[in-house]
Design a protein around this ligand. Structure first.
Ligand SMILES: *Cc1c(COP(=O)(O)O)cnc(C)c1O
Length: 216
């Protein structure tokens, strides 16, 4: 089933929209099936889980971190991930930069936008995105290449549209600023229930879990 799901999504997504498999709690076997079917980007929410599955996947795929990164996991995360999608504070970015300097590794990062302005959730509020991006852009080893948002999870997919649209507006306005070290290439938004709306609003990476791997 996973194979068919990945193949179908890869066929259905418009040109230029990348498929990321959100693989939390999935086994290496499940991820491998998806990768063999053509999935090229894997999103993981937990460093420990990723550490277990990454060595098991032999093909060359990109590993993205999409969870909340705790300070004490930064060193490991920097070693195993290609992209960290969830930068939402200068403190976290500085911690990552330090770890990257030690390993002499450049890290691609996205800024996570709390598009629903939900106090209990992670991500920078829309109105603080620009100043965070300007600060992070000055760090040595980080390259900001996009934005990521989750948005409020409850309700119909149409409800998500306004949050995706606001994130796309930030994406466009940051692009116009031409900040050094910042290139707005990727807009990661949309999950199984909302990816169609997200694509209509400009997403070019969709993070899909249930629709690829089945319900958890
Ligand atoms: C789980 C998860 C997804 C995928 O959600 P589905 O509804 O299973 O498609 C996407 N992004 C993040 C950050 C997630 O944690």
């Amino acid at each position: 089933m996973i194979k068919q799901n990945v193949e179908r999504l890869l066929r259905e997504l418009p040109d230029g929209v990348l498929l990321e498999g959100a693989a939390k709690s999935r086994s290496a076997e499940e991820i491998d099936e998806a990768v063999k079917a053509g999935l090229a980007i894997i999103g993981e929410n937990y460093v420990q889980e990723a550490e277990k599955v990454i060595p098991e996947i032999e093909r060359d795929v990109r590993w993205h971190f999409i969870g909340h990164l705790q300070k004490n996991k930064v060193k490991k995360a920097v070693r195993i991930f290609d992209t960290i999608e969830t930068i939402d504070s200068l403190e976290l970015a500085e911690e990552i930069d330090k770890a990257c300097l030690r390993l002499d590794k450049d890290m691609t990062v996205y800024i996570e936008i709390n598009s629903g302005r939900e106090k209990q959730k992670f991500g920078v509020f829309p109105e603080h995105a620009e100043s965070l991006i300007r600060d992070v852009s000055k760090l040595k080893k980080l390259r900001i290449e996009g934005l990521m948002t989750i948005g409020p999870l409850s309700g119909a997919s149409e409800r998500a549209r306004a949050y995706f649209r606001e994130t796309k507006n930030i994406f466009d306005s940051i692009k116009e600023l031409n900040v050094k070290n910042v290139s707005m290439k990727y807009l990661s938004m949309g999950m199984s229930g909302t990816y169609k709306v997200a694509i209509e609003e400009g997403a070019n990476i969709v993070r899909l879990g249930a629709i690829l791997f089945g319900k958890r």
